[in-house]
Design a protein around this ligand. Sequence first.
Ligand code: FES
Length: 140
Amino acid sequence: MKDLQELEAILAAHKGREGALLPILHDVQAAYGSVSEDAVRVIAKALNLTRAEVHGVVSFYHDFRDAPEPRPVLKLCRAESCQARGVEAMVAALSDHPRVAVETVYCLGLCSVGPAAMVGDTLHGRLDAARLGALVESLV
Ligand code: FES
């Protein structure tokens, strides 16, 4: 963990908030790129939870990582509309990509312009093999 100062600031920002665990975990993930064991220990202590309780939440949600992903993350929608428009072939083509981490998600809200993907906070629609290839190339 690069430093605890930012984590302490995140905890302070959510102090006294009901249901603070998930917002804290999202903020920690965004700040550090992961929720490390050190962070789990500090968060558990601050929220008066056990480390197992915090770890259980971290491990349940795919958005939280225990170590930073070094590769750019491309999230591909695998829900019904995108499936009907051929996303499965895209998922298969990118599985085991050495320089881009591909995650599948279920609906990005771009159903009418799918297949859809998200990189960071940016959404991409109307993907086909060529557009997806260009998107991947822009990431590496
Ligand atoms: S089904 Fe893919 S964006 Fe909704």
